[in-house]
Write a protein that binds this ligand. Structure first.
Ligand code: GLU
Length: 508
């Protein structure tokens, strides 16, 4: 088994957002750069927030993103189960072990007793009253009950919890690979719940036990978990697992496009940009959130974009394949400061990746977007259109709308442009052009260009008088792709039909 072992440990409380995906990606890049393993562990201990469909979503999103799981999920592995709900008996044994060794205790406090304690501490001037070393002896716990009394209470079936007995004094010190030395004073920590009488552990206990049993070497996660690490380090010490303790790295936040505050689901809706890799439908409300995929991103472009949200390789290069990212990634080059989510930059990356595709590859990628629109395509034409249009799109989803006129006569005419460009001699010009174009044996870009240009010069006309008319006739817009290849793709019959239609059209 490789010695570098990282885990991505999402809770299935909703879809994986872009911050979660970046955590998965950095874990993946880190471990792959060292020849290590990437483990997926589902942390489903928070039953109240469990969302059905979330777990499958996480698997699908990782798969679409190109992040391959070595252990967990369908990949299996020797150190499973990789889902916490399937490991409950282990947590119970470990929590009781801590109680027996004096590092944790049973607490039988009722809700009223807890309320009373909090009220008293608040009265005494504390902002967020803690359950800590200073009051635990006065509470309803195994610390001030005999062994028999504790057994009786447990047997009576009253609810209880096991709390960690945080040392009264001392400092927890650990080195974060991104943030350097981190210190927490023990007397500032509370005695967190580790396990509840329904048999379910809390995040802290399950997380540490699993990291130990799954032989995790590095814990790379979001900065919101930094303060929990104090308890995790204390748990490693209490279990006498210090020598196996993983190294920690806490990633910076992903910030709103404005640069202040954490990027949220609401920002996505507010700014019309995706904050999830793939589409997500809220099971309760039915609200639909489009993902990068449905918005028309290639997964490689999305990965390249999020790789650079917080990691700075310190070189000019911006375009990195997954292989190159693995080759260049180093956790020391991840910054502490939050990284701004710049959607224009994401689209820029996507444009770059679209340019790398051949026209055949692009045609495959855009097919599903055409299927969702009412536009009927044929394969050969779609491939030609892709070759011509690829420079002009940032998102795959833009292509059907921008190329509709190739496949259907039902396109919009820019009437304002038409009114501006239509002059007294326009009809005559187009009628003559009809003759010129229908005389062509080979309806190919070069031939079309050559006869049209000869026509313009022979008649003493200007490009500006003729080409816009041809553009509007064939596509209804002045913003379409290059004119002559467009005419070739449309084909002589269609071009002649459209010029004829424009001549007949009411211009007012
Ligand atoms: N289950 C936690 C989460 O949802 C994992 C945190 C960790 O990686 O330790 O983010």
């Amino acid at each position: 088994m490789s010695t570098t072992r990282v885990r991505f440990a999402p809770s299935p409380t909703g879809p994986l957002h872009i911050g979660g995906l970046r955590t998965a990606l950095y874990n993946y890049l880190f471990t792959k750069s060292l020849g290590g393993s990437f483990i997926l562990r589902i942390e489903d201990t928070d039953r109240n927030r469990y969302v059905s469909g979330a777990e499958q979503y996480i698997l699908d999103a990782l798969n679409w993103s190109g992040i391959k799981i070595d252990e967990g999920g369908k990949a299996g592995g020797l150190l499973g189960p990789y889902k916490q709900s399937e490991r409950l008996s282990t947590y119970r044994v470990k929590a009781e072990d801590l109680v027996n060794r004096g590092c944790a205790y049973y607490a039988f406090d009722t809700e009223e007793e807890l309320e009373h304690m909090r009220a008293k501490r608040t009265e005494a001037g504390e902002h967020s009253p803690r359950y800590d070393y200073s009051i635990r002896e006065k509470m309803h716990t195994s610390l001030n009950l005999s062994k028999t009394e504790v057994q009786e209470k447990l047997a009576a079936g009253n609810p209880w919890v096991i709390r960690f007995k945080t040392p009264e004094s001392g400092t927890v010190v650990f080195t974060d690979l991104i943030r350097g030395e981190i210190r927490f004073e023990c007397n500032q920590l509370d005695d967190k719940v580790l396990l509840k009488s329904d048999g379910w552990p809390t995040y802290h206990l399950a997380n540490v036990v699993d990291d130990q049993y799954m032989q995790i070497s590095h814990v790379i996660r979001g900065e919101e978990w930094l303060s929990s690490t104090a308890l995790h380090v204390l748990l490693y010490q209490a279990f006498k697992w210090e020598k196996d303790m993983p190294q920690f790295a806490h990633l910076p936040l992903i910030l709103k496009p404005e640069g202040k505050g954490k990027l949220s689901k609401r920002d996505g809706a507010r700014l019309g940009m995706p904050v999830f890799p793939m589409e997500w439908k809220e099971p309760d409300t039915g609200d639909l959130f489009l993902g990068f995929k449905e918005m028309g991103f290639l997964p490689e472009a999305m990965i390249n974009f999020i790789a650079l949200l917080g990691w700075n390789p310190g070189i000019e290069q911006e375009i990195f394949s997954m292989e190159e990212l693995i080759g260049k990634f180093s956790i020391e080059k991840v910054g502490k400061a939050g990284a701004r989510f710049d959607f224009d930059k994401a689209k820029w990356f996507n444009h770059q990746y679209i340019q790398k595709l051949s026209q055949e590859e692009l045609a495959k990628e855009v097919l599903s977007f055409f299927e969702k629109s009412d536009i009927k395509t044929d394969n050969i034409k779609l491939i030609q259109v892709c070759g011509l249009m690829k420079e002009r799109i940032q998102l795959l989803s833009e292509l059907p709308g921008k190329s509709q006129f190739f496949f259907s006569d039902d396109f919009k005419m820019d009437t304002k442009q038409l009114r501006n460009r239509w002059k007294e001699d326009s009809e005559e010009i187009l009628t003559n052009l009809l003759d010129v174009l229908s005389g062509l044996v080979e309806f190919k870009t070069e031939e079309i260009e050559s006869v049209v240009k000869t026509f313009i010069s022979e008649k003493g006309l200007s490009f500006g008088k003729v080409l816009p008319l041809l553009r509007l006739a064939s596509s209804g817009t002045m913003e379409g792709p290059d004119l002559f290849p467009t005419l070739e793709i449309l084909g002589s019959e269609k071009v002649i039909e459209r010029i004829t239609n424009l001549i007949k059209m009411d211009k007012n």
